[in-house]
Structure formats: C-alpha cells, structure tokens
Design a protein around this ligand. Sequence first.
Ligand code: UT7
Length: 326
Amino acid sequence: MTAAILGTGSYLPKKVLTNQDLEKMVDTSDEWITTRSGIKERRIVSERESWSSLATEAAKKALEMAQIEPEELDLIIAGTFTPDLRLPSGACLVQNNLKAYNAAAFDLAAACTGFIYGLTVAEKFIKDNPNIKALVIGAEVLSPITNWEDRTTCVLFGDGAGAAVVGKGEKKEKGILASYIGSDPTVWDLLCVPGGGSLHPLFKKGVPKEEYFIKMKGNEVFKYAVRYMEEVARIVLEKAGYSPKDIDWFIPHQANIRIINMVAKKLGIPQEKVFVNIEKYGNTSAATVPIALDEAVRVGFIKPGNLILLDAFGGGFTYGAILLRW
Ligand code: UT7
C-alpha cells in the first residue's frame, strides 16, 4: 500500500513585482538578480489577500482535481512559518474556510521544506489507516517579513500557495516510494527571523526593526543547500532502488537557479527533466515545491507512470526529499 497524491492545486497573488520595480527601491539591477538567482519577478499579496486566502484557493483546486469533498478530509497539514495569526494555526483557518469540519488541522514549521515534511507526515498517517484523506499545504506570505531596504534578501522572496490531496494509491506501484526528512541546526542563524517570537516579542524595547525581518547569509546558505539537496535526493533514490537516470521529473525547491542547476548536475539529471518556474515567482519557501508540482501536472508534463523526485532545503536547516510514482 502506498500513499499517493490524488490532486494538486496552487494559487498566486495577482500583484507582480518585477526586477525593474526593485531597481527603484534598492541599489540593485535586473542583470544582478537574473544572473545571480534566475528570478525576474515575484508575486505579492494585496490588502484583500492573506496567507489563508491563498492557501484556501490552492486547497480548493487540489480537492477539485482529487474529486474529494472538504468534509471527506481527515487531516490538514500546513507547512508554513507565515500563517495569518500567531494563534490559531493557519491550517485551522483553512479548515474553517473549506468547512472541512471532520479534519484535524495543524501547522508544521520546517521553513522551505514544510511541504515535503507535511507530505511525509501525511504518508505515515495513510500507511497507518488507508482510509485517511489528507490535505497538505505549502504556503507562505513572506512580503511582510521581508526587509524591503535590504537588497541581499528582498530581491529573492515572494508570496504563494500550493497544496496536494493525499490518500491511498489505487495501485501498489503508484504513490510515494520513499521519503526522507532531516535537519542540521548547528548553523541555524545563517537563515532566521530573530524577532517576533517569544524571545524578542513585537514592541520589546531595544530590538532594532531589522530583527523582525528575514536575515540570511546567502552565500553560506547556498553551499549547504547544494550539499543537502544532493544528499537527500540520493538517500530516497537508494531507499527505493532507483538511480538519478530513472527520474522523469525533478521538482526542486526554487530558491536559486544556480542551486537547482548545481544539484541537478551533481545528480546527473539533464536540464530537460528539471522543472523550473523561479523566474516567475522567486522563492516562496514552503510553497515552491507544491506550486511547481501543480504547474507541471496541469501543463501535462507529468504523466501517469512518471517517476518524480521532490527535493527541498530551508531554514533550520531542514531538508527532505520524496520519490514518487505518478
Ligand atoms: O530558501 C532556502 C534557502 N535560501 C537559499 O538557498 C538562498 C541561497 N543563496 C543564494 O541564493 C545566493 O547566495 C544569493 C542570490 C542570495 C546571493 O548570490 P551570491 O552569488 O552568493 O552573492 P553574494 O551574497 O556573495 O554577494 C556578491 C556581491 C556582494 O558585493 P561585494 O561584497 O562582492 O562587493 C553583495 O553586496 O553582490 C552584492 N549584492 C547585490 N548586488 C546587487 C548582494 N545583493 C545584491 C543585489 N543587487 N540585490
């Protein structure tokens, strides 16, 4: 018995922020951003949108594709560190929007690896009880915690949401074949948001405003990202008895095109099998993998029987990969 993805969905805010827009905000250039990261534009929420509105729209699309009614859901897991409120969880707000009142709902904090962590948790529940239907969300609204005066970070991030409905695979060979999650907290401070938690709550005296935004030592993080994304991909391939040449589609976390290309090259996966959409949305953290997966499914790239490798890395550091048969 395998746990399989029965439907995918994604939702992006309509408002586009281009590299040219950023040139007017900080000392940067379209040329620098494009060559160093591969990003051309990103989406930003409007005042009428929120984390839960994006996540709900993505969830509705995934439910529609899976032909599952919200009340059939047993579990809602949201990979995020930017839900609407500190309390309750983002997953509970989505549950309310969907009227999925039969589900248990919780958020899972694993930064950019949140969707892969969530899918791994859902898989365990389904293996325990094949009748369970889970909604796994990867969504992030990073714009309010982005320091729009810091050119080293503000050019990278965007807002967006992706989701997948997970349940029992119809055939033994369809679904998740191997999963692996891990973390390395020894250098957690290379990528963090120091303020806004219980240690440095909002309005605490003496905390500079920069501490409430994402801080990142990009070039250090880069090296860890390449190392762990390759490592974890090899672990799941070995677990399931496959090699990189068997992969039909590689769907990596979209943080930087150079990271994606390096990981693919190290694994020996040719460019035409790597799904990339970073130029349109930038780094949407936990949302990049489910958005990319949904796009690859909806444009018809992913076909039944394809071997898919999902792979992510993020703050914590966290990392994880999933190998699945579509
Ligand atoms: O999502 C999970 C984790 N995140 C990642 O995986 C992101 C990992 N890191 C990266 O993607 C890249 O390190 C960045 C895109 C953030 C930066 O690229 P880089 O090639 O590592 O550049 P750098 O940080 O080494 O900076 C090179 C230069 C510096 O100037 P000096 O010191 O050489 O004079 C920076 O000040 O580029 C400068 N710089 C910029 N210049 C123009 C940094 N940001 C900008 C900018 N525009 N936006």
